[in-house]
Design a protein around this ligand. Sequence first.
Ligand SMILES: O=C(O)C1=C[C@@H](OP(=O)(O)O)[C@@H](O)[C@H](O)C1
Ligand SMILES: C=C(OP(=O)(O)O)C(=O)O
Length: 403
Amino acid sequence: MKLKRINALPKGKEIQLPASKSIANRALIIQALSKEDIVISNLSNARDTQTMLQLLQDEGQVKDVKDAGTTMRFLTAFYALQNDSFILQGTERMHQRPIGILVDALRSLGAQINYLGEEAYPPLEIHPFQPINACQELVIDSSISSQYISALLMVAPLLPNGLFFKLQGKTASKPYINMTLELMQQFGITLRHYENKIRVNPGRYSGGELKVENDWSAASYWYSFLILSDLEELYLPGLQENSLQGDAVIAAIATVFGIETSFDVKGAILKKEAKEFPTELKLNVQNCPDLAQTLAVLCGVTGVELHLDGIHSLRIKETDRVKALQSELARLDIAVEDLGESIKVHGKTLQTLPKNLSIATYEDHRMAMSFAPLVHLGELEIQNQEVVAKSYPNFWEELQKMI
Ligand SMILES: O=C(O)C1=C[C@@H](OP(=O)(O)O)[C@@H](O)[C@H](O)C1
Ligand SMILES: C=C(OP(=O)(O)O)C(=O)O
């Protein structure tokens, strides 16, 4: 897809965001685990949400999660505790995303899981659960992916004694664990959480209603869009200030670039004030890994030297996001230094884009969306535009309205 700005930009436009796929996929698992009615509204047409919905409704025993990490991890725990057999598989990339920590933990509770390919990676074969009553405590490495912990937390109340978790290592993506705990409590589960210890009491999920919030990770592309544009204001309906989503931190980070966010009852109002950008910025994305590409590209083209810490989980997402950023920012002559535990983006202030710029997306929706705001600097092509379907199917339509 070729992107090119044609019009003078309108003022104060409204952008439709997708609903959060993270909240939706938790709500769908909780709904499936509850014996009572749970009514969920504002589910998006994002592929990750629709895949979860279809797999939970479908009677088949072969479950293809495609490229959805949460769907893979949450369904592994969900099906492992049932009295039936299932196969869980996904895309080629999904089969390269580790799952051994979750499988080991489930096995220690009595799950019967085999690897059909490489040890510790999907696809998985799951056989009926044989509960081990003695196991009431899990000591688990939480440094690789919070999704393993969320998956286990949601099924924990169904175990006869609940479950006690001791999280080891530097916990990755902590706000997503808090999101899981909040939603479990909203649906009647009692638990205690103190530092790296979580006690989930046995219990049943109660009925109720949930309206899924709109997605803050998706909003980050519009923050970047506004910063790079000559617009003064954007309106993002469906975002909440008191959000379950850790990526709401983009509002605080964007103040450095002159964006102030305020809220009315319906959503977020983003206003831009002229401000000199910093020459250097130090950020840690351990709690908000999905913002990494937005921030790296934005700082890359605005001349900010960005030191990004907490990046280790980026290497096992839809693609190796460190490598993908290095390759694609290199097309703009922007170097990304890989320092192991962190990266340094050597930003340059770009006034225009090189001729015939074409950005590869590596089957990663966030690569496509994080580079799209560069349309304010010139013409560019984003390859395999359909990748955005994973989280934000109408992203391009929203963008076309604005350029
Ligand atoms: O639980 C969730 O909904 C998610 C957790 C994060 O993954 P990790 O915990 O693997 O970092 C995040 O990157 C992903 O997009 C969604
Ligand atoms: C990492 C992501 O998703 P998942 O792990 O659920 O595939 C993402 O959406 O950026």
